[in-house]
Design a protein around this ligand. Structure first.
Ligand SMILES: Cc1ncc(COP(=O)(O)O)c(C=O)c1O
Length: 470
């Protein structure tokens, strides 16, 4: 996008060396040529007025006008009918042409990408209200640096929310506000590494690449631990010699399995015996559809569990807001790492989230979305039952993705590729497995950002690919 500089020379960094024998006009021309060739000034950008540039650089206006005239003659600049002088389109030919923008991704009729909530339903009006209100009401003192651990009001509100909705055992001084769960996980792993942790386990299948990279960034070794239909295998965890594990107990990502009660207890027992830490990723716990919601593990063992939460699924990923509820002994270290990382999450956004929760807007939005996702889930179940009855669907208790089990012998990648040629986005389980194995062939079907109609159309378009070939 072309930039309209306000006309002040200080907005284009140009330096003249008055000690050199090269005349100032030649230096100025040369600086402009270099700025245009290197892309510092782009096509269509307005250059400062000759008056402003002359004043800023201590030159005569005539000299700057001569310089501009020369650059126009060379094709670097253009002036049309008395309007401002701009970088000419032809100028890029004189230097490196900027690389063309990448072609937009092809439009899909239905995209079953998981992990994305319904972006069209993001509560824009409520959020706009909350940000305006936070900005209007905040006293001047709150516009300075805040507590790196987070605004006390949001920490208080979130602790109460987590106690109420997730049966968590959290108080405000245990809560650290962060920029999404991604940052939260990085902070926790770094804080644990400072306290001597060297190995962290993660669920397999799971977000393998993300876990491995975040662990490495924190100086830790990541070890995969298998997940079966009752959740993480605690015996394998025991054997992994890890001092911490990252888990999604309420709705395993991506299998959708809910951690079985006996596994929850075995896990807590493991953590207590080993003095290990359970990092609970509670990413989509707001969206449960059965009558018997599971509380957060954190509530059962607050001294052993660090719970991570996010608004990425409940409101929108763009907000980059999340929280960590940690055992008291870790809270100060976490706040220290957060302080070093970014000095704290933007304060007005924190106040806006506090307002959203306090005024009931957050709960109201969740109620609406829970009903919508439940309807989409039902549409997916019915569409598959109608078009591809041999496909088994699991992981439907919560969230907005499920796993479709393809018949043995089906090549997961072939199905994905053929579906894409029919404008349907599918994603395989193999990318979530630490060994990338395509067996058994499974699809992770996200329906958070896929409308009911798109789900129906999409499944109808690929029904023959999903059906058993036997
Ligand atoms: C399981 C899981 N946890 C955490 C996250 C990241 O959340 P955030 O956007 O808060 O960083 C995602 C994002 O898709 C996810 O799928």
């Amino acid at each position: 996008m072309a930039v309209d500089w306000s006309g002040l020379a200080s907005e284009v960094l140009l330096t003249l060396d008055r000690g050199r024998s090269v005349p100032l006009r030649a230096q100025l021309e040369d600086q402009f040529r270099q700025a245009i060739r290197s892309g510092r000034l782009g096509v269509g950008d307005r250059v400062p007025s000759s008056r402003a540039l002359a004043a800023a650089l201590g030159l005569s206006r005539g000299l700057v006008q001569e310089c501009y005239a020369q650059l126009q003659a060379e094709g670097y600049l253009v002036t049309r009918g008395g309007s401002a002088t701009r970088v000419a389109r032809a100028a890029t030919r004189a230097g490196q042409a900027p690389s063309p923008p990448p072609p937009p991704p092809p439009r899909l009729v239905a995209d079953f990408r998981s992990g994305v909530p319904d972006l069209a339903s993001a509560p824009r009006e409520d959020w706009t209200w909350a940000v305006r209100e936070a900005c209007r009401a905040a006293p001047n003192t709150e516009l300075g640096y805040g507590d790196p651990a987070g605004h006390p009001r949001l920490r208080e509100v979130l602790a109460a929310y987590l106690r109420r909705v997730r049966a968590a055992a959290a108080s405000a001084d245990q809560v650290v506000i962060c920029s999404g769960m991604t940052q939260g996980l990085g902070l926790v792993l770094r804080a644990l590494a400072r306290q001597g942790l060297t190995r962290v386990a993660f669920e397999d299948p799971g977000p393998v690449a993300w876990m491995t990279a975040t662990a490495a960034w924190s100086g830790l070794k990541a070890v995969p631990v298998p997940v079966d239909d009752r959740g993480v295998d605690v015996t394998a965890l025991e054997a992994s010699r890890a001092g911490a594990v990252v888990l999604t107990p309420a709705h395993q990502s991506p299998t959708g399995v809910v951690l079985a009660p006996e596994r929850r207890l075995a896990l807590i027992d493991w953590a207590a015996r080993r003095e290990a830490v359970i990092i609970e990723d509670d990413y989509d716990a707001e969206f449960r559809y059965d009558r018997d919601p599971v509380g957060a593990l954190q509530g059962l063992a607050p001294d052993r569990v660090v719970a991570l939460g996010t608004v990425s699924k409940s409101l929108a990923p763009v907000l980059r807001l999340g929280w960590i509820a940690s055992p008291p002994r870790l809270a100060a270290t976490l706040a220290g790492v957060k302080d070093l990382t970014d000095r704290g999450t933007p304060g007005l956004d924190q106040l806006a989230l506090a307002l959203m929760i306090e005024t009931g807007r957050y709960d109201r939005h969740l109620r609406r979305m829970r009903a919508e996702y439940a309807a989409r889930r039902d549409v997916l179940v019915q569409a598959l039952a109608g078009h591809a009855p041999s496909v088994r669907l699991t992981g439907l208790a919560a969230g907005f993705h499920a796993v479709a089990h393809l018949s043995a012998g089906t090549a997961e990648q072939d199905v994905i590729q053929e579906a894409r040629s029919r404008s349907v986005g599918l994603y395989g389980m193999s990318t979530y497995r630490s060994d990338h194995s395509p067996h058994p062939p499974q699809l992770v079907l996200g329906f958070g950002n896929t409308s009911q109609r798109a789900i129906q159309t999409g499944i109808a378009l690929i029904s023959d690919l999903l059906q058993s070939r036997h």
